[in-house]
Each structure stands twice: as structure tokens, then as C-alpha cells.
Design a protein around this ligand. Structure first.
Ligand SMILES: Nc1ncnc2c1ncn2[C@@H]1O[C@H](COP(=O)(O)OP(=O)(O)O)[C@@H](O)[C@H]1O
Ligand SMILES: [Mg+2]
Length: 291
């Protein structure tokens, strides 16, 4: 009997926000596995007692990255971890967007500003400032060139917290065509979703955002599939090293898809939107647990 840990975060007093978790756990148990939800930072968990630990919704990691990566490395020494610790280390730092660009993958043009770097901001177009360690649009905001002083205050605050910033042009097509998330599981396309633009003008970087506005199922185009597959091929250790992946795409000014984010740590699967994907996910997890 396969023993699988579904790795999440401790929601404290709040109800757990991962809607996939109870559904996935029940489906694994129906398939004959032993499935448990485990919090990544719970010192009581006996990771060696599982055949596989699948990172699912460790949504508090982005402000504890070093601790999280250290956990992943420790866990991977005790059991099979998906995705593997090396992939987690690489993917928790969005400087990987630069690695994808260097590998020839079309990405949203990105400049990195680490603490101490001279501040250079676009003067002729709207732009986005966001952290290299982030999720759920935390600390992300958009600015027109006239809002430069506000953007500089965001950068100062991020740098004081030791964060490296990413500066990108605001991709205008997102307002019309949205952002598409292509999810892969067990080496093949699982399903895709589309969501609306998250960054409303004038929302402060530390203000609340709706992370998945107007989420809906989406049929990926051949161009989207091609870019997603190129992104996966650029993963260090190869795409075979990953059990699951989500590739987020937006359309550039030329209308062609570009990678906004390659999520290999804790992608939300939105199984409630894609119920037919559940058996595919269960099968891939059981296969990985049996390796
Ligand atoms: N360059 C950009 N142009 C337009 N919108 C952006 C840009 N960067 C981020 N956004 C918006 O902010 C959201 C969060 O940014 P993202 O890079 O996906 O980080 P994360 O999801 O890890 O917080 C995106 O889903 C998108 O709506
Ligand atoms: Mg995102």
C-alpha cells in the first residue's frame, strides 16, 4: 500500500484554503493508498514513513524561502520528494526567468534589482515591480512612469527587507486576453485555465489582491503548448525530473505567448474546476510513489 504525504501549510485558526486537498486525499484513499496531509514545517512529521511526499499547497513559503528550501532538502533525504529538492531550490527564486530567457524561451522581459543596485525604471511605459520570491501577487504593483516616486518607495521597502525586485513592462494584452495557466502532471498536459488581470491600477504593493480573478477552463492553443513545452525542456535536470508543473503565459505586444511564471513548487491545481483531472493526478502520484 502506497503511503503518500500531501504537503501543505498550517492554516492556524483559519480553515485550510486548499480546496484540492481533501478531494485529492479522499481519491488517493479510494485508490487504495494511505494519504495524509502534512504541514511542511511540522517538526512531528516522520517524512521517512512515506513513500512519497507531494508538495501541494505550502502557501506560506514565499516569506520563508531559505527555511523552506532547507526543509525540502532535508525531506528529500528521508523520502522521495516531488518536485525534487533541486527543482524546488531553483524554482523558489524567480531569477529562473532569466535562466529561461538565456535558454531561448520567450519570457516577459525582466530586469532584476537587488538591494544596492542602481534603480533603473522604464520612463516610456507602464511597468510592474514584484519580488523574486513571491506568490499570490504578494508585493506586486504596477506603475505609470509618472508614479516613479511611489515605485522607488516600494523598491526601498523591498530592499530593506532583503528582497530582490523584478521590473517588467506591464503586459497590456493581459487586460484583454488574460493569463493562461497550462498544468502538467506525470509528464503530460493535465488541463488549462484562464484568469483575468490581477494588478488594478493604483493598488498599493502591500494591498490585498484577488489572486485568480474570473478563473475559467481554457483550451490551450498550439502556440501556448509549444512555449510551455519549451519552458519545461529548460528545467535544470530536465522535464522528466518534475512530477507536476504549471506554466503561466501572457501575450506580448506581438500577440505571441510569453512565460510569466513557471511554477514547479506548489501550483494550485483547481481540481474543482477540472474534476476529470482527478483520476489522472491520482494515477501519476501512485506511479511516482511506486518508483
Ligand atoms: N509584467 C506584468 N504585466 C502584467 N501583469 C503582471 C505582470 N507581472 C505580474 N502581473 C500580474 O500580477 C500577477 C502576479 O504576478 P506573478 O508574476 O504571476 O507572481 P505570483 O503569482 O508568483 O505572485 C499575475 O498573475 C498578473 O496578473
Ligand atoms: Mg502568478
Amino acid at each position: 500500500m502506497a503511503r503518500v504525504a500531501l504537503v501543505s501549510y498550517n492554516p492556524g485558526e483559519e480553515p485550510g484554503a486548499d480546496r484540492d486537498l481533501p478531494v485529492l486525499r479522499a481519491a488517493l484513499e479510494d485508490a487504495g493508498a494511505e494519504a495524509a496531509v502534512a504541514y511542511w514545517d511540522d517538526p512531528e512529521v516522520d517524512w521517512a514513513g512515506f513513500d512519497l511526499a507531494v508538495i501541494r499547497s505550502t502557501w506560506d513559503y514565499s516569506w520563508r524561502v531559505a527555511e523552506f528550501v532547507a526543509w525540502a532538502e532535508r525531506c528529500a533525504g528521508l523520502t522521495r520528494l516531488a518536485n525534487p529538492a533541486g527543482v524546488v531550490r531553483w524554482n523558489t527564486d524567480k531569477r529562473y526567468v532569466g535562466d529561461l530567457a538565456a535558454a531561448g524561451v520567450p519570457v516577459v522581459p525582466t530586469r532584476y534589482l537587488a538591494p544596492g543596485d542602481p534603480v533603473e525604471l522604464p520612463e516610456d511605459q507602464e511597468f510592474v515591480v514584484k519580488p523574486t520570491a513571491g506568490a499570490g501577487a504578494r508585493y506586486a504593483a504596477r506603475y505609470t512612469p509618472r508614479e516613479r516616486e511611489t515605485a522607488i518607495r516600494q523598491l526601498a521597502r523591498m530592499h530593506a527587507e532583503g528582497l530582490t525586485a523584478m521590473v517588467q513592462p506591464y503586459v497590456k494584452n493581459i487586460d484583454v486576453r488574460g493569463e493562461r495557466a497550462l498544468q502538467f502532471f506525470g509528464g503530460r498536459l493535465l488541463h488549462a485555465s484562464r484568469k483575468g488581470a490581477v494588478l488594478e491600477p493604483g493598488t498599493p504593493f502591500d494591498g490585498d489582491k484577488v489572486p485568480h480573478p474570473r478563473l475559467a477552463a481554457w483550451e490551450p492553443t498550439p502556440a501556448e503548448l509549444a512555449v510551455a513545452e519549451r519552458a519545461l525542456a529548460a528545467v535544470p535536470d530536465g522535464s522528466d525530473a518534475v512530477l507536476y508543473a504549471r506554466v503561466d503565459l501572457v501575450d506580448g505586444d506581438d500577440g505571441e505567448p510569453r512565460v510569466m511564471e513557471l511554477e514547479l513548487v506548489e501550483p494550485n491545481l483547481f481540481l474543482w474546476l477540472h474534476p476529470r483531472s482527478l483520476p489522472v493526478v491520482v494515477e501519476a502520484i501512485l506511479k511516482a510513489a511506486a518508483l
